[in-house]
Design a protein around this ligand. Structure first.
Ligand code: ADP
Length: 467
């Protein structure tokens, strides 16, 4: 059942129930707390006494006295006077037997029914006929014997009933109408939220529907939560999609990057096995190719391992004081051999005094090798490779520099992102994770890395480590 239908049912039911409750409780409480005669009971009472007297034919004084005394016994507060049509009393239960003129009777009947609310007596005059003769029965009731909170006399006619019921219904309906108004506003807001949730499209390019609800109540808060949730879902979905794309790219690049050197290695190994080479120089160069490809594949596998380490967030450091100058010297010697015959100037700039710092040596070496490999792979055209080490009071700085094609400005902001490669179309040039690993290693050392590049002039990576 819809909320709106529920509310309508609730309103109709509660209105009916409260009316019934009002009727019953007022009668019930009236009976308990408001004892006495009600005005509307008196006329039927007088009429019933008159009827029983009229039935007596002929009307004898004894039987009249008996009837009136019995009625008085039953209603001790009521005085009954039986009189003829001249106002002369024939029998008075109070024993006073007064004579009334027309004026007396008219005064008694004046200002009814308000009269009984005052201190005066209430009088009911009923005509009776016996034989050819007319009589009157006068009932006198002290106002103290009447119901004090008498409201029923007001509702004795339909018209007066209307005057009571209409204001009553109106005053009853105000809370219902207010509740209805508030509910329909709440309902409208819920429907809006419902519709927005229904139409929430986590994929697609269409902008996320942002709901406007400035109120600070629970629904307003829910709307704000919806807005932020919709945006979060969108961005998380985009991230998942990006991750999925990266994963696919990684797999295709990896299979390509592993297959290409393997083919070359197989070819070279086959030439060496069959002895199908010209001289010792060719043999050496084939062996060097196999070695290079092996190193490349080894590096790829290392990077794969690093990715899974990054995923597990487990880059734990073993910080030991190491001589950084020595480490850089060792690496530089390795690269002299790698660059052998490539006509690249290797410029190693170390301070006169050795610099030592607390580092995780294997990790820091891997970071430096990644930077140097990149400088050779992407910046060989500049024929320059520079490594510089310096230190001041707060930090140790390591700089790797080349003068190759560099990184175009529009790519520079993303260069440390995982899987980011400037030339995404080209395979066989890495997986786009080297620099993200370097950044992770440096940051694990509480250091920072920054890059500046002017294509074909200078590309510099600066690592800053705290002393
Ligand atoms: P990859 O494994 O592809 O080399 P990296 O994270 O090491 O991944 O490098 C990301 C991208 O940054 C590379 O694809 C390359 O385009 C660019 N890059 C990195 N270093 C240099 C550099 N010294 N000169 C020019 N481009 C570079």
């Amino acid at each position: 059942m819809k909320l709106r239908t529920k509310l309508w049912l609730l309103l109709v039911l509660s209105a009916a129930m409260s009316m019934v409750l009002f009727g019953y409780t007022s009668v019930w409480i009236g009976k308990i707390a408001n004892k006495g005669y009600a005005l509307f009971q008196l006329n039927p009472l007088a009429q019933s006494i008159v009827d029983s007297i009229e039935e007596q034919s002929p009307l004898g004084r004894d039987s009249l006295k008996l009837t009136l005394d019995l009625a008085h016994e039953e209603h001790p507060d009521i005085r009954l006077i039986w009189m003829d049509d001249q106002g002369q009393s024939i029998y008075d239960t109070a024993g006073l037997n007064p004579t009334y003129t027309f004026k007396d009777l008219a005064r008694m009947m004046q200002n009814m029914p308000e009269r009984y609310l005052t201190e005066d007596d209430v009088h009911i005059l009923t005509q009776a006929t016996s034989g050819e003769q007319s009589y009157f029965l006068l009932l006198s009731i002290p106002s103290s014997a009447m119901k004090q909170g008498e409201v029923y006399f007001l509702v004795r006619t339909h018209k007066s009933l209307l005057t009571l019921v209409v204001p009553l219904v109106l005053s009853f309906s105000i809370p219902f109408l207010l509740a209805l108004w508030i509910f329909s506003r709440i309902n409208k807001r819920i429907r809006k939220l419902n519709k927005a949730l229904n139409q929430l499209n986590i994929q697609g390019d269409s902008p996320v529907i942002k709901l406007e609800d400035k109120s600070k109540d629970e629904l307003g808060q829910l709307t704000q939560h919806y807005n932020s949730m919709a945006l979060r879902i969108r961005s998380q979905f985009a991230e998942i999609q990006q991750f999925e794309n990266n994963r696919n790219l990684l797999l295709s690049n990896l299979s390509h990057d592993l297959r290409t050197p393997l083919t070359t290695m197989l070819g070279c190994a086959e030439i060496i096995r069959t002895g199908n080479y010209k001289d010792e120089t060719e043999l050496q160069s084939r062996a060097k190719i196999i070695l290079q490809r092996c190193r490349y594949m080894d590096k790829l596998l290392d990077q794969m391992l690093d990715i899974s380490r990054q995923d597990a967030d487990s880059l734990s450091l073993q910080l030991v004081n190491h001589n950084l100058s020595e480490i850089i010297r060792k690496i530089a010697v390795e690269y002299i051999m790698v660059l052998d015959g490539d006509q690249v100037v290797l410029d190693v700039d170390l301070p006169n005094e050795d610099i030592a710092n607390a580092i995780d040596a294997p990790l820091m070496e891997r970071a430096l090798r990644n930077l140097l490999d990149n400088a050779i792979r992407y910046g060989k055209d500049g024929r320059y490779l520079g490594i510089r080490l310096s230190a001041d009071e707060q930090s140790v700085n390591i700089t790797v520099m080349d003068k190759g094609k560099g990184i175009p400005p529009e790519h520079q902001a993303h260069i440390f992102e995982r899987f980011y490669r400037v030339d995404r179309g080209r395979t066989g040039e890495g997986l786009g994770i080297g620099l993200s690993i370097v950044k992770d290693i440096v940051e694990a050392h509480q250091g920072s890395i920054e890059m500046s590049s002017t294509p074909n002039v200078e590309t510099v990576f600066r690592i800053k480590l705290p002393c």
